[in-house]
Design a protein around this ligand. Sequence first.
Ligand SMILES: CC(C)(COP(=O)(O)OP(=O)(O)OC[C@H]1O[C@@H](n2cnc3c(N)ncnc32)[C@H](O)[C@@H]1OP(=O)(O)O)[C@@H](O)C(=O)NCCC(=O)NCCS
Length: 144
Amino acid sequence: MEWHNDGFLITDERDRVDLDFVVRMLGSSYWASGRSREIVARSVANSLCFSLFGPGRQVGFARVVTDQATFAWICDVIIDPDYRHQGLGSWLLECLTEHPLLKGMQQLLRTRDAHSFYATFGFVACDCLCRKVPGLPASRRYDE
Ligand SMILES: CC(C)(COP(=O)(O)OP(=O)(O)OC[C@H]1O[C@@H](n2cnc3c(N)ncnc32)[C@H](O)[C@@H]1OP(=O)(O)O)[C@@H](O)C(=O)NCCC(=O)NCCS
């Protein structure tokens, strides 16, 4: 699927993901800075990916892990710092949450500080358990 708005494009075509961009953006994030290129590539290959393109290049990314039946885990939501605070992150979340494969399904995510951003889309705090894996290398960690 593709969505267009004012010169920007969002696509769910995995082949269009600019892996260099995603690796660079996640490398600067608080939750995935230790993730290797190989691990990022594997996560992309096994997720429903949403890529946001501005003039000439990718400027945003998000991915979803889902069984396409009962739940969808939203992760690695990130907008290039040069393009933040223009409504693009909200548009990306809007397209993602309303995607035909995900709409009406239990959608989950973790965030350290963007609760108000996600609250706009109906996300509220909920309990869940997390199994701690001793010695998990930084390249495999998921600490959103
Ligand atoms: C969070 C993020 C995806 C939002 O993208 P964006 O394009 O700036 O989003 P929008 O312009 O649609 O909306 C921004 C609004 O979200 C709200 N917001 C809440 N928490 C926020 C946070 N932690 N970071 C940025 N915005 C936040 C603010 O109200 C902000 O309004 P403002 O622009 O007036 O300050 C982007 O800031 C980003 O990539 N941040 C770094 C990565 C990150 O924290 N991702 C989420 C991890 S769960």
